[in-house]
Design a protein around this ligand. Structure first.
Ligand SMILES: *Cc1c(COP(=O)(O)O)cnc(C)c1O
Length: 350
């Protein structure tokens, strides 16, 4: 071992889903949107003058923050933007979770939360979900150094109502509560209306899923002005230019096309509900997902086997070899054609 190696920060990184190169396979493993982004995005890219890249982006991201604020009927200084919501969430952990008391999040949830906590040396406690994957709000009404709730949760797809989020907030006036709404557009209730009432509530969103822009890395958070100014101070102590000039323009173009956005969501929800029916017929059971994926377990076939057999047929879904969820597959909702191919493959396998 070289001398410097003992000074290296030891980490166990987050492992993202596979991004295979083969374009012919059916990719239902990372919750990407099966449809392209708004045509307004194409229009922006075609019109973009590459010479503009000579300059740094505008550091306050004023135009995009104003557009997001207008869209959500809040003010610009209640919006923070970052390089995907992973950046926003990581920055939020670093900013708000600086207590000795443990930060609370579910044992089955987005698996980046404990990675950030470990990286930043934040104390945390995983709170077990109930056997049916539902979350008991009273588990979050104990002393803590912060709370993170993915709503809808990943990978289960289950969503809490706003009254449950309110209960968590009422019991936790003295710690920051982050609600990760990566999938909220697919039919769950947002906590956004509560940000004016609770100065400790941060709501995180992403353009990666519902707006079909995972390749562009755009995420944002909304909260009270004080909360947002704390985030900006930490961000500006680390990297002052996050959203690049191209992504900034892409985000503005996407947000300007609400009709396209709503239409895309509607299609995915329709396909999701049809997928639930088909999966049930095939012998699967699953929590009632409000996201763009279904977390399904088969009555007699092992998830690991189904996963491998689908893979052999060039259909990729997500399998987590972790206690409590190792007999489930997380299946992203694709186009109707992709889902039909999945059902056909499953009929052969099962
Ligand atoms: C996909 C996802 C994110 C990250 O989204 P990006 O904006 O692509 O970084 C955050 N939280 C959850 C629960 C997600 O599923």
């Amino acid at each position: 071992m070289s001398g410097w190696e003992k000074y290296v920060r030891n980490v166990s990184p987050y492992i993202p889903g596979e991004q295979p190169r083969d374009k012919n396979l059916i990719k239902l493993n990372t919750n990407e949107n099966p449809y392209p982004p708004s045509p307004k995005v194409e229009e922006f890219l075609r019109g973009f003058d590459y010479r503009f890249l000579r300059k740094y982006p505008e550091p306050n991201v004023s135009e995009l923050r104003a557009a997001l604020a207008k869209y959500h009927a809040i003010e610009s200084d209640m919006v923070f933007v970052g390089v995907g919501s992973d950046d926003v969430l990581g920055m939020s952990f670093l900013t708000f979770f600086n207590s000795k008391k443990p930060v609370l999040f579910a044992d089955i949830t987005y698996s980046f939360y404990d990675v950030w906590a470990e990286l930043f040396g934040i104390s945390y406690k995983k709170v077990p979900l109930k056997d049916d994957f539902t979350l008991d709000v009273s588990d979050y009404c104990i002393e803590n150094g912060g709370i993170v709730i993915a709503n809808p949760n990943a990978p289960t797809g289950l969503a809490l109502g706003i009254s449950d989020i309110r209960r968590v907030l009422d019991a936790n006036r003295d710690s920051v509560v982050i609600v990760d709404e990566a999938y909220v557009d697919f039919g769950a209730e947002s906590a956004l209306p509560l940000i004016r009432e609770y100065d400790n509530l941060l709501v995180c969103r992403t353009f990666s899923k519902s707006r079909a822009l995972a390749g562009s890395r755009i995420g944002y958070a909304m909260g009270g002005k004080k909360l947002i100014s704390c985030l900006l101070a930490v961000r500006n102590s680390y990297n002052s230019y996050t959203i690049d000039s191209v992504s900034g323009g892409i985000a503005l173009a996407a947000i300007s096309d609400d009709a396209y956005f709503k239409d895309g969501i509607e299609k995915i929800i329709k396909t999701r509900e049809r997928t639930k029916e088909k999966l049930r017929e095939l012998g699967f059971s699953f929590p009632d997902s409000k996201a763009n994926f279904v977390f399904a377990s088969h009555k007699d076939k092992k998830a690991a086997d189904i996963y491998e057999k689908l893979r052999a047929k060039s259909i990729y879904v997500r399998y987590f070899n972790k206690p409590g969820i190792d007999n489930y597959l997380r299946i992203t909702i694709g186009t109707d054609e992709e889902m039909d191919a999945l059902f056909a493959a499953l009929s052969e396998i099962l």
